[in-house]
Design a protein around this ligand. Structure first.
Ligand code: AMP
Ligand code: MG
Length: 364
């Protein structure tokens, strides 16, 4: 059992107790790490201008130094310290997106200011910047008096945390502070857009939909090929392409643009696995929850509603963690159309499954 070292500070986002938050802000100023709530997932924060503190984030998460972290700000006036230019001088597309989506689950890649150490940006001359909307995150950034560099507060490669308990489970013995501000409302990470390219490039789908960004920009986003998610026809091969956001149990994700079709295949898989006595966990939206149990799932975790991808996003990581805690051998789920926040769901499930998504089209 890890020795619990983190001090957990519970803060009501509706009624922030500044006195209770003060020691955390002081700790951050002194170079300590603090996990804190945001609307996307919980972050593991350090003073973004303190290279030793930021290096400690990488050590704590066991995250490779080649993976840059996002800098979190509380106000537009913080842009100047992070990019060396007043916010009014940001590229026009950045201004448009900031006006519409900040504070919120959007990260923009901007020019790196000299005060931002290279450990933050993995040696790049650009810095990824986000203004979270969570009141506790913004209060903490203001009280610390510095932007906070913060990746998700989990072991590298593991499932992102959406509650303070998730953080304690992963890193409780390795961080000074955990600020508990309740469950994250969005539930998946921010959308990352490089606004220095023309058109801007979607680097990671997330809490703000690509469609909403494109409407404000008045043009289509460029999308790197690596987001062309591969859908496999055959049974999953052992050689895994990718692994991130991953549970301990093996994860099978069925995909069809029609969610009913996708779930038919998933339910058949659950039944087949249960028949050979495998302990199967279903990550099931409310519409399929009872059916998954009836098909033979030993455990089921609620995956929002099939008709509401925002609810599904909120429940994704907590559901995967709950099924791991229930020691299932295999987790089965399915997803349908990939518009709106569904694109982020598809991306995270695809990575959590090691880069494999199963085509439900030939299953009938
Ligand atoms: P997270 O693990 O949620 O903190 O996400 C950090 C991700 O942001 C990285 O894995 C990169 O994909 C992206 N990122 C951070 N900084 C930059 C940057 N300067 N340029 C491009 N992408 C970045
Ligand atoms: Mg992460």
């Amino acid at each position: 059992m890890p020795r619990l070292l983190a001090k957990v500070i519970v803060i009501d986002p509706q009624n922030i107790d500044a006195a209770a938050l003060e020691p955390v802000a002081q700790g951050l100023k002194a170079g300590q790490l603090a996990a804190f709530p945001t609307e996307t997932v919980y972050g593991l924060g350090a003073d973004a201008f303190n290279p030793l503190a930021v290096a400690a984030i990488f050590a704590t998460k066991q995250r490779p130094m080649t993976d840059p972290v996002i800098v979190h700000i509380a106000d537009m006036s913080d842009i100047a310290a992070v990019t060396d230019m007043p916010w009014e001088d940001l590229p026009p597309n950045a201004l448009k997106l900031a006006q519409k989506f900040w504070p919120g689950p959007l990260t923009m890649v901007l020019p790196r200011g000299k005060r931002v150490p290279l450990v933050v940006t993995a040696g790049k001359d650009t810095v990824a910047v986000r203004m979270p909307s969570h009141p506790v995150a913004r209060a903490l950034i203001r009280m610390a008096g510095t932007p906070l560099a913060a990746p998700s507060a989990n072991r590298f490669g593991h499932i992102s945390p959406t509650t303070a308990q998730h953080v304690a489970d992963d890193l409780g013995a390795r961080v000074a502070w955990i600020v508990d501000g309740g469950p994250s409302q969005v539930g998946v990470e921010s959308t990352i857009v490089d606004v220095m390219t023309s058109p801007p490039t979607l680097l990671r789908p997330g809490g703000v939909s690509a469609e909403d960004l494109e409407e404000v920009l008045g043009e289509k986003l460029a999308r790197p090929d690596r987001f062309a998610v591969q859908v496999h026809e055959a049974a999953p091969a052992p050689g895994m392409l990718l692994s991130h956001y991953a549970p301990e149990a093996k994860l099978l994700v069925f995909y069809h643009k029609n969610i009913e079709q996708a779930w038919r295949a998933a339910l058949r898989e659950i039944a087949a696995q249960a028949k050979i006595s495998r302990r199967v966990g279903a990550l099931a939206p409310q519409e399929y929850f009872q059916q998954a149990l009836a098909a033979g799932a030993a455990e089921a975790a609620l995956f929002g509603a099939a008709a509401d991808s925002a609810l599904a996003a909120q429940a994704l990581y907590a559901g995967l963690r709950a099924l791991d805690k229930a020691h299932v051998a295999l987790i089965v789920t399915a997803i349908g159309q990939t518009n709106g926040i569904g694109l982020a769901l598809q991306d995270r499930l695809w990575r959590a499954a090691g880069g494999i998504m199963l085509d439900a089209k030939n299953e009938d």
